[in-house]
Design a protein around this ligand. Structure first.
Ligand SMILES: [Zn+2]
Length: 504
């Protein structure tokens, strides 16, 4: 007997429908799976046989051929277990054939339990795009799946539940994304950080305009804490972005683990990370940290300590907001639109020009430390701030009241400044100030004559290049947006210059 059911495989971030054909004939005991499956797919035979028996159905060894089509796409992992088992049960007439196309996605254990699989969100989105709207899924994957609209999901815990299968008999899981918490509980907030007025302003500007940021300072100055507080002032993700981010997370882990699906991701890989873990790679391409930080923050502490290759590999995603991983048979694209926050000590020993302790590095060592970050990467960073150790006066309560905004207050300013940016440029784009092309920037910047004069004077005095010129304008535009100013005034330009610190 012959049966066909559906499942799905993952090509990068794209789910592709897979036909699972099962042919069962009398003959010598033989069970083969064809269709470019890896080791985990081959091992599916053992899991499926045991699971079927333990679910109370019969597995009489005969000639069983399973074909996973299309055969030219490599299939990996245990995702087809459930579909193969159901196909077998239909082919051996132990389960009735559903009248419409139904897909099955899930791993089986020997006992017959249905387990979560990686990438379930894009798998289901891919099925939906090809017109398959009924999908049987592992019951454990339910939270993130409620994000998908227009699909009938049938969560099951055990293969046994399929034995009495009819689409009507399984309770459909209703879409209920509004039940989920849209508020994230942030552990680090700006009110927890004393002083650091300039650095906090830089964080506010970075959040409002989407600017990449570098914090430089001696060890223990509070750079890490500042970076960790950034998510507390970033706007919640939009509906589209939530699905996108959850899909990425689902490809790299079996379940979405962030506290709220609506909070932007924050990734902080260690400086010893490999290139492929940072930007994605592997024989079966897996997303890297730049993709896991998509729509959120990539925090790279000890920036110059990352390998030169790792830092240079950031160039493509910083430029294109995506990363292409090429393999012999195919190449896949992963999204990588992240905000970079880098932190570094001013030199190897950490105390160059600090006024706290003498620096033990030679002049050459100081320079070469900074030069570990290559020019093209350095050029992508808009805001550069020196974080100094908090002075005693800043820790006293009276001063604190004057300078300390709470995360909630800052978040409200960010939302207002962003809506100003977007309304100025029409609803067709959601590009923030940091991403505006230099040509367009001159149209939207609206410099007052006094501001233009300050820019000109600064240019003559400091003799900076075109890149710096446009960076200053972008920062000034964001500062003006934060102060609800339609035009960019001279004071905004002067403030912007404070955030272009020379790092040794
Ligand atoms: Zn030093």
């Amino acid at each position: 007997m012959y049966a066909k059911v559906f499942s799905a495989c993952l090509l990068g971030m794209q789910g592709v429908p897979v036909e699972v054909e099962v042919d069962y004939r009398s003959g010598l005991s033989h069970f083969a799976i064809v269709g470019l499956g890896d080791k985990a797919v081959q091992e599916s035979r053992e899991r499926v046989m045991s699971a079927i028996r333990n679910a109370g159905a019969q597995f009489v060894p005969q000639r069983v051929i399973v074909n996973l089509a299309p055969a030219n796409i490599p299939k990996t992992g245990p995702v087809y277990d459930l579909a193969i088992a159901v196909g077998f049960l239909i082919a051996t007439e132990q389960v009735t054939i559903p009248t419409r196309k139904v897909a099955f996605v899930g791993e089986l254990n020997l006992e017959g339990k249905v387990l979560p699989v990686k990438g379930i969100l894009p798998l289901i989105t891919g099925l939906l795009e090809s017109g398959i709207t009924d999908v049987v899924v592992p019951a454990q994957c339910t939270q993130e799946l409620t994000l998908i609209k227009g699909v009938n999901l049938y969560p099951i815990d055990h293969l046994q539940e399929v034995l009495s299968f009819s689409v009507e008999s399984l309770g459909a899981l209703l879409s209920s994304s509004d039940k989920m918490s849209t508020q994230a509980a942030h552990t680090t907030k700006f009110e927890d950080i004393r002083g650091q007025v300039l650095a906090k302003q830089a964080m506010l500007i970075a959040a409002a305009g989407g600017h990449h940021l570098l914090l430089s300072g001696i060890p223990g100055a509070g750079k890490t804490m500042l970076a960790k507080a950034l998510p507390s002032i970033l706007p919640s993700l939009s509906e589209d972005a939530v699905l996108e981010v959850a899909a990425i997370e689902s490809v790299s882990a079996k379940s979405v683990s962030r506290e709220s699906l609506y909070s932007p991701p924050f990734r902080s890989p260690h400086h010893s990370i490999s290139v492929s873990a940072l930007v994605g790679g592997g024989t079966v391409p897996q997303p890297g940290e730049v993709t896991l930080a998509h729509r959120g923050v990539l925090f790279l502490d000890e920036f110059p300590e990352f390998s030169r290759q790792a830092l240079d590999s950031l160039r493509q995603p910083l430029e294109d907001k995506e990363i292409v991983v090429s393999r012999a048979t195919h190449s896949v694209k992963f999204p990588a639109d992240f905000q970079l926050v880098a932190a570094m000590n001013p030199c190897k020993c950490g105390y160059y020009n600090s006024g706290v302790k003498p620096c033990s590095c030679s002049a050459k060592e100081v320079r070469s430390y900074r030069e570990k970050v290559s020019g093209p990467i350095w050029d992508r960073i808009d805001l550069r701030v020196i974080v100094s150790k908090v002075a005693w006066e800043e820790l006293t309560p009276s001063k604190q009241e004057l300078t300390d905004l709470t995360s909630a207050q800052m978040a409200a300013q960010v939302i207002q400044a962003r809506s100003r940016q977007l309304s100025r440029r029409g609803s067709s784009t959601n590009t923030l100030n940091s991403q505006i092309h230099s040509k367009e920037l001159l149209q939207v910047i609206q410099l007052t004559p006094a501001a233009a004069k300050v820019m000109q004077a600064a240019h003559e005095r400091l003799n900076f290049g075109g890149r710096t010129y446009f960076k200053l304008l972008r920062i000034a535009r964001t500062i003006a947006d934060l102060t609800d100013s339609e035009k960019v005034h001279d004071v905004h330009i002067m403030q912007a210059m404070q955030f272009r610190a020379e790092i040794n």
